[in-house]
Design a protein around this ligand. Structure first.
Ligand code: ZN
Length: 157
């Protein structure tokens, strides 16, 4: 079965329809009106991530200067959850110190694992993606951009 399998696509559409309405609205808003989608002129790091389970692709570009994410953008294609997660993430981390962003990546991935150590409400709109946890196969869609950013931040400057 491939990512383009019609049965899988139907499953995914059904899963998205089953998300809580509030969560779905936030996710679809970012999918339809992506923030910070595009390319940077002179990124200090670029990393590409792939989720073969669903066929999602995300490329993250960042400009890190003085220990801060001065600018960030993403390109990608795939399901609404993977792409809206990238959009929400870029908005959440833009301008923030790298140390703080690493903490946010840890908190977000902990929420997606269902960890009790994190209060999802502390993550603001990102809590919407936590609703995806009820479809375990889609958790990788939601975390793709975050793992990709983590790897971009680990690249040597
Ligand atoms: Zn996906």
């Amino acid at each position: 079965m491939t990512a383009d399998d019609p049965g899988r696509r139907a499953d995914y559409a059904r899963q998205e329809a089953e998300l809580d309405e509030l969560y779905r609205d936030i996710i679809l808003d970012h999918y339809r009106h992506p923030r910070r989608k595009g390319r940077l002129a002179a990124p200090t790091a670029t990393h590409e991530g792939l989720n073969p389970l669903c066929g999602d692709e995300v490329t993250i570009e960042v400009i890190v200067r003085d220990g801060r994410i001065q600018d960030i953008a993403y390109m990608g294609s795939g399901c609404s959850i993977s792409q809206s997660s990238a959009s929400m993430m870029t908005e959440a981390v833009h301008g923030k110190p790298v140390a703080e962003v690493r903490g946010l990546i840890a908190d977000f991935t902990a929420m997606m694992r269902g960890s009790d150590d994190i209060d999802p409400e502390s993550l603001g709109d990102l809590e919407a993606l936590g609703g995806v946890r009820k479809f375990p196969v889609r958790v990788k869609c939601a975390t793709l951009a975050w793992h990709t950013l983590d790897e971009a931040l680990a690249e040597p400057k």
